[in-house]
Design a protein around this ligand. Structure first.
Ligand SMILES: Cc1ncc(COP(=O)(O)O)c(C=O)c1O
Length: 385
């Protein structure tokens, strides 16, 4: 699970450095006061380098990252953006905020976008696809990116859960034209709130950087109050305090992922031979962030019973089954835009609804007590005999 477990002296030192060097908390300007201290800028450079892309832009949240990424596509009101029906509600919200039509598709055994159903949902109005790496397992990016390329559709990866993972040696978030990341408090690395967008193309980066800052082009030839602009925008700027924490957290990311993988594997070894448990599909060539251990059970009632036994034993599940209403489009009848596109949502994604109902997701922590795998097995084994 989370970077918050490893927050400590390194993050504190980065914060202290901001104050020691003048206490400028704004990412732009104030050059005479800040003793060359630019934490957000340094965080962006370090993140881009970690990901192996030329540009990264820090923003206020993962939701903001999606919104800014969509903003540079010049979407028109009837344009459609397809994402998967199992994702956090933020992915659909960002599409709606961009005045595009949200379209969702079924997930497959990876619990991510089913490429076959994606292809079915594409229309002449489809401008972008947002593939999500839910709970740290890569989506089928080879197939999805091939479809997007063939149909001339922009691919964006929502890598909110994918930070530190990869497929075929390429970091998640770098397969698409843009990748978006969340650093909220539950993510593999955290800045409390925060997000990042990765880019391959300098022009995309420059448009996004201006849009996230009211259109400011940060033209070095003029002072900020006389700055040039080519379009409007909004304010999604990250603060220097978030940037400072992000720098320290990024240095810990590989360790966090390694510990999560080890602990996830230990839990899986303890329960994998229980009858009826089926592992989540993982595309070949994946490095998962191992934020969670997700498996299918024989039925929805077994999944619910497993959760109840875990809670009784002082353990927990994570998202599945308890938080499905925040993560499954089939329950989002509060979104008229989605209802207008799909009609009765409760019948719109039957394969995903059935699959999610059978699934259980266990939280994986960095600092896991050694007794946890055996406790999980003891709590759930009697449900599965
Ligand atoms: C798949 C996905 N996308 C986007 C977000 C939004 O990120 P944030 O909470 O930083 O706005 C989340 C948050 O959990 C998420 O899970």
């Amino acid at each position: 699970m989370p970077g918050f477990e490893v927050i400590g002296a390194e993050e504190q030192a980065e914060i202290n450095d901001v104050f020691a060097r003048g206490g400028v908390l704004f990412r732009q300007g104030f050059d005479a006061l800040r003793n060359n201290c630019y934490k957000v800028r340094d965080f962006e450079a370090a993140f881009a380098s970690y990901m192996g892309v030329p540009h990264a832009l820090a923003v206020t949240s993962g939701t903001a990252a999606l919104r800014v990424a969509l903003a540079i596509l010049d979407l028109q009101p009837d344009d459609e953006v397809v994402t998967q029906s199992f994702t956090f509600v933020a992915t659909a919200e960002a599409i709606i905020e961009s005045r595009a039509v949200p379209v969702c598709c079924e997930v497959d055994g990876t619990l991510n976008m089913d490429p076959v159903d994606l292809e079915r949902r594409i229309t002449p109005r489809t401008r972008a696809v947002i593939a999500v790496h839910m709970l740290g397992t890569p989506a089928r990016l080879r197939e999805i990116s091939a479809i997007c390329e063939r149909r001339n559709i922009v691919l964006i990866e929502d890598a909110a859960w994918g930070c530190g993972g990869s497929l075929d040696g390429r970091a998640l978030g770098t397969w698409g034209r843009m990748g978006t990341f969340s650093f909220d408090f539950a993510k593999t690395m955290t800045t409390g709130e925060g997000g990042m967008i990765t880019f391959h193309d300098r022009a995309d980066y420059e448009r996004a950087a201006a849009w996230h800052d009211h259109g400011h082009e940060n033209n070095p030839a003029v002072p900020r109050w006389e700055d040039t602009r080519s379009g409007s925008g909004f304010n999604y700027r990250m603060t220097e305090l978030q940037g400072a924490v992000g720098l320290a957290q990024l240095r810990k990311l590989n360790d966090v992922v390694r510990h999560q993988q080890k602990n996830r594997d230990a839990i899986w070894r303890a329960i994998s031979n229980l009858p009826g448990i089926v592992a989540r599909d993982v595309p070949a060539g994946s490095v998962e962030t191992a934020d969670a251990l997700v498996f299918e059970t024989p039925s929805a009632s077994v999944a619910r019973e497993i959760r109840s036994r875990l809670v009784t034993a002082g353990l927990a599940t994570k998202i599945l089954p308890e938080a499905v209403t925040w993560h499954f489009a089939g329950t989002w009848s509060h979104m008229p835009e989605l209802v207008a596109r799909h009609g009765d949502l409760s019948n719109a994604f039957p394969a995903t609804a059935a699959r999610l109902a059978r699934c259980v997701s266990l939280p994986v922590t960095v600092n896991m007590d050694e007794a946890v795998p055996a406790r999980v097995r003891a709590a759930i084994s009697s449900v599965l005999v």
